[in-house]
Design a protein around this ligand. Structure first.
Ligand code: CP
Length: 361
């Protein structure tokens, strides 16, 4: 059974086929209007969402399928203490495919172990957001025409920004990618990602403290919101919340063909005046999210019918350890639910939780 839990669960070729299918859907939507007739998508959202949940819903409806689910865990038996594993064992009786968003890192991976139907990670804590990555890749393809030889600035909350983590992982498989990380010290990319980028990926990267110093170099500027809901300390949030604001003055130094992406929602990190600049691609990016989710739903349902095996080639060589370590991350699903403690040993010698990628102590 194939799922999408991490962007690298799809090979580069599979990813590009899904993006190409999304482009075909855009070119001829009528052709796909009954492609999922008789199928049901369950959207299990334990955390707020506008774009992801509604674009999944819209995607399934445009494919002729139906949608069930919840948008607030308090309105489901989760509020009575039902586990992720039991919840999805129930949902499989009612639906053909699941899209799950959860505040705990690794919850969709747990769901995939028990569901017996395809599970899509619609965002887990500050860990990963692979369907936003597919959205970003489709947008980059449509706006820039390629996935390789790009200089991409990631700006803002790189610590908690799950969309950044997932997109960097996906881009690390292409030639000629240069990543420029623009963040305050407190919001740097997590150590495990910096180590991966240093030791085992093709991409070049560097860290800077202002967007102004790199603006003329960029093909893509990927802005992010400072994720207030992930901070354990409100004073720390107050210190960094206004770190980066993109306005027309800063954008003036950018290339004419640079694009500005943002997974949204935004708060104050892009001023309203920037919206009128043709380089502001973030609302076009939202619409691409629906088309790429249509392509993903179609693909995973087809693979389920074919009983297609998992083909992922690990990017970073790895082997599994079970119940020999305990994950130290309080945000990990393994800290609150009774799951196997599952660890991957990576090529660089580190041993990391399979659910949230925290390093074993
Ligand atoms: N980009 C994104 O995940 O938006 P939502 O939180 O509104 O789903």
């Amino acid at each position: 059974m194939r799922h999408l839990i991490d962007p690298t669960d799809l090979t580069v070729e599979e990813t590009e086929r899904i993006v190409a299918l999304a482009e075909d859907i855009i070119a001829d939507r009528a052709k796909y209007s009954e492609a999922c007739k008789g199928k049901k998508l369950a959207t299990l959202f334990y955390e707020p969402s506008t774009r992801t949940r509604l674009s999944f819903t819209s995607a399934m409806l445009e494919l002729g399928g139906q949608v069930i689910g919840f948008s607030d865990a308090n309105s489901s038996s989760v509020s009575k203490g039902e586990t992720v594993a039991d919840t999805v064992r129930v949902i499989r009786c009612f639906a053909d495919i699941i899209a799950m968003r959860h505040f705990k890192e690794g919850a969709p991976l747990v769901a995939s172990q028990y569901a017996g139907i395809p599970v899509i990670n619609a965002g887990d804590g500050s860990h990963a957001h692979p369907t936003q990555t597919l959205t970003d890749l489709l947008t980059i393809k449509r706006e820039k025409g390629r996935f390789d030889h790009l200089t991409i600035g990631f700006c803002g909350d790189l610590k908690f920004g799950r969309t950044v983590h997932s997109l960097i992982k996906a881009l690390a498989r292409y030639e000629g990618i240069e990543v420029i990380l623009i963040s305050p010290e407190e919001l740097r990319l997590p150590d495990y990602m910096l180590r991966e980028m240093q030791s085992a990926s093709k991409l070049a990267f560097r860290e800077v403290r202002t967007m102004e110093e790199v603006m003329p170099e960029l093909d893509v500027l990927y802005m992010t919101r400072v994720q207030k809901e992930r901070f354990l300390d409100e004073e720390e949030f107050d210190r960094v919340k206004n770190s980066f604001v993109l306005d027309p003055g800063k954008l003036a130094a950018a290339r004419e063909d640079m694009i500005v992406l943002h997974p949204l929602p935004r708060v104050n990190e892009i001023t309203r005046e920037v919206d009128n600049d043709p380089r502001a691609a973030y609302f076009r990016q939202v619409e691409n999210g629906k088309f790429v989710r249509m392509a993903l739903i179609l693909t995973l349902l087809r693979w389920a019918d074919e009983n297609r095996p998992f083909e992922r080639t690990p990017v970073f060589g790895e082997e599994y350890l079970v119940n020999e370590q305990v994950c130290p991350n309080r945000r990990c699903i393994s800290s609150t639910e009774d799951v196997d403690q599952l660890f991957r040993r990576h090529a660089d010698g580190t041993c990391r939780c399979a659910y949230c990628e925290a390093k074993a102590r």
